[in-house]
Each structure stands twice: as C-alpha cells, then as structure tokens.
Write a protein that binds this ligand. Structure first.
Ligand code: C5P
Length: 231
C-alpha cells in the first residue's frame, strides 16, 4: 500500500480548465499537487490559491537559481503564498541556499525547502564535458546534497536510485522527492529510467512525483487508487 500523503501529482498543464478539472476530480484525497513553471507562468498565483482552496498540500516547483539577493527577494515574494514545499538549485551555492533557508524559516507558512542537485536529465558526458564537473553523477549529487543540507535545506529532488546513498551520506531524515515513477503497465512517456511506486517506496523515497499516469488517465481517481493499492 502506498500512502496518498507520499504522492505528489504533477499538474503539468497550462490551461485553467484542465487544471480545475483535475483538482475537482482529486479533491478529498490526501495527495499533494506540484505546480511547476508551465502552470505558474500560465495562470500565476491563482494556481496555488485554487489548489489550497480545495485542500491540497502544494509543492511549488519553480527551481529558483540566481544570485543570492535575487533568490532571497523572489522567495520573499513567493512566501506570501500558502505553499508547503518550494525548491531552489543547489548549484546557486551555499550563500544562496542559506539566505533562501532563512527566508523560508521566517515565513508564515514555513514550507519545506528542497534543493535540485544534478537534474536527472543530466548525463555523465554532459556533466563532465559541458559543465566541466568531474566524477560520476552520483558523486556530484551526493556533494550537492550535503552542501544543501549544511546550508539549511530540508531535502533534495533526486532519482529513486539515489535515495539510499543520499540518506546514508547526509542523514536518514533528509527528505527525498523523486520523479520518474511509473506504475506497472503505464506509458513511459518521455521518462527514460523509471521506478514503480512500490519500488520507490522500498528504496526509501519520502515523496514520489507522478504526473501523466494520473492526470492523463481517462479516470484519474481509478489510476490513483491502483497506485495506492500496489503491493
Ligand atoms: O508526467 P510525469 O510523471 O513524467 O511527470 C514528472 C514530473 O516531474 C514533471 O513535472 C517533470 O518536470 C518532473 N521532473 C522529472 N524529472 C526530474 C525532475 C522533475 O520528471 N528529474
């Protein structure tokens, strides 16, 4: 069984009507929703308010990455919104993360602050040759995870395959948020390496992000029920 509270449904749509329809359908469940750039840039803060009004917990996935002062000010503006989780790029550096953490800690809603380490779309050659970061992707993920933890972040976004190593390298309660989840028998879409919800749970993930298998299902409620009853 997968607890609904561990599932974050990615609302990766741009149209207000599709957004309202899926929220109305899922209202009453204990899932979280993820509002990313496409929805926030399309309908703005109403995306957050509409989900909050319907009782959902909200992960605002805007992946802030800029100089420390700009991130601090941007987060200060975002902290007027009732969100439960926000994120920043660890590559922005320790000072940026420390200042972000201070803003979040002093805010009204005190959301969890999550860092993006290496995007899971980053390949080893791309990291070594384009970013000129040496070593393996996992080494870089672990390095950024510890940097984020030391700077006051609550956790990281990562692959389910990285969860165990991150928790061992950082601390067991350092939160892991994992996309790339596909229930058995569902379309991979453009995901390359996928993990089933039950395997992700066994790997120790704290929150699993699932989008299209639920939002594009003819019956999102049945799709959600099929996921939560997975053994
Ligand atoms: O529809 P699907 O389940 O593939 O949606 C996954 C969500 O997680 C999308 O919002 C995608 O942008 C996000 N994500 C991801 N892989 C990452 C980071 C975020 O799929 N490495």
């Amino acid at each position: 069984m997968i607890p609904e509270e561990k599932i974050i449904v990615a609302l990766d749509m741009q149209k207000p009507e599709s957004y309202a329809k899926i929220l109305d359908t899922l209202q009453g469940s204990k899932i979280w929703v993820k509002i990313g750039m496409e929805l926030f840039y399309s309908i703005g803060p109403d995306a957050v308010l509409g989900a909050k009004d319907r009782g959902f917990k909200i992960f605002l996935d805007l992946k802030l990455h800029d100089i420390p002062t700009t991130v601090e000010n941007a987060l200060t503006s975002l902290m007027k919104l009732p969100v439960d989780m926000v994120n920043i790029h660890a590559a922005g550096g320790s000072e940026m993360m420390r200042r972000a953490s201070a803003v979040v800690r002093n805010s009204a809603y005190k959301p969890l602050l999550i860092a993006v380490t290496q995007l899971t779309s980053t390949t080893q050659p791309q990291m070594n040759e384009e970013q000129r970061v040496s070593g393996t992707v996992l080494e870089s993920v672990l390095h950024f995870s510890k940097l984020a933890m030391t700077a006051g972040c609550d956790g990281v976004v990562c692959s389910p395959h990285e969860v165990k190593s991150i928790k061992a390298f950082c601390r067991p309660d350092f939160i892991t948020v994992t996309p790339g989840i596909r229930p058995i028998g569902t379309d991979m879409n453009d995901q390359k390496r996928v993990t089933t919800p039950m395997d992700a749970l066994r790997m120790g993930t704290d929150f699993m992000v699932i989008g299209r298998p639920i939002t594009q299902s003819p019956s999102p409620l049945i799709a959600l029920a099929n996921i939560t009853k997975e053994e």
